[in-house]
Design a protein around this ligand. Structure first.
Ligand code: NAP
Length: 243
């Protein structure tokens, strides 16, 4: 019960990796604020995981909506000890076909969304002189991906954001780290071509794609007391695919 009575905000908690992260926190005693674009999605996870969890509908790319969502979390549950910036989208296509709006939307959700949430929790966390921030990057942000210029740029940006937040807020006992997952079985990867899946299964030493349950324990480590002396790091969790 490493998170007994701690308030944890998880964005993108309605599905996939975020839902599993929210479940893992609640299982260790946290009161989880489950954030998703719709009330139904956010509330469904909150009622499933229990332990005082509450759902919040919020588009993380909208800074005013994020500020008011964090204000509500503080009023309803208390000051967040942990923020997990997990909300993310893809709009993959080749550069020559990529529309301005495809580029902008992915940057606005994946990168600016993380920034919006960090800025909103920074004040209460600084006041509490405690905080753990964990950002979801991607192996694509570290290595690039054909057809993913927008996504790769957003996830590389998340690494730079993580480093800067670690430097700026470290003296207030706030750490900031990132996880770079490989290919994980969720809605985001359900359309991967069969040949690509086979390639991952053959190439990764782990011999398979990852699951959300492979990612959550790494997020919980960076969110715990045990990682007090670890900050600004990006941990790849990809079954060895990019070794
Ligand atoms: P997913 O199954 O597609 O779920 C995405 C989640 O993000 C959903 O809960 C969705 O909420 C939420 N979301 C999307 N846009 C949002 C917005 N504007 N505001 C608030 N919430 C929003 O994705 P996933 O595979 O679990 O990925 C989770 C994170 O891990 C993402 O940041 C992704 O880039 C990263 N990642 C995933 C993989 C992978 O292989 N799956 C690999 C590397 C990194 P709604 O249900 O309301 O739409």
């Amino acid at each position: 019960m490493r998170f007994a009575d701690k308030v944890v905000v998880v964005t993108g908690a309605s599905r996939g990796i975020g839902k599993e992260i929210a479940r893992a926190f609640a299982a260790e005693g946290a009161k989880v604020a489950c954030v998703a674009t719709t009330e139904n999605g956010a509330n469904a996870t909150a009622s499933e995981i229990g332990n005082g969890a509450k759902g919040y509908a919020c588009d993380v790319s909208d800074s005013a909506a994020v500020d008011s969502m964090i204000e509500s979390v503080v009023a309803d549950l208390g000051t967040p000890a942990v923020l997990v910036n997990n909300a993310g989208i893809t709009k993959d296509t080749l550069i020559l076909r990529m529309k301005d709006e495809d580029f902008d939307r992915v940057i606005n959700v994946n990168l600016k969304g993380a920034f919006n949430c960090i800025r909103a929790v920074a004040k209460p966390m600084m006041k509490a002189r405690y905080g753990r921030i964990v950002n979801l990057s991607s192996v694509i942000g570290l290595h690039g991906g054909a057809g993913q210029a927008n996504y790769a740029a957003s996830k590389a940006g998340v690494v730079g954001l993580t480093l800067s937040v670690a430097k700026e807020l470290g003296s207030r006992n706030i750490t900031c780290n990132a996880i770079a997952p490989g290919f994980i079985e969720t809605d985001m990867t359900e359309d991967l071509p069969a040949e690509f899946r086979e390639h991952v299964e053959k190439t990764a030493p782990a011999g398979r794609l990852g699951t959300a349950a492979d990612i959550a324990p790494a997020v919980l480590f960076f969110s715990s007391e045990e990682s007090a002396y670890v900050t600004g790091q990006t941990l790849t969790v990809d079954g060895g695919l990019f070794l």
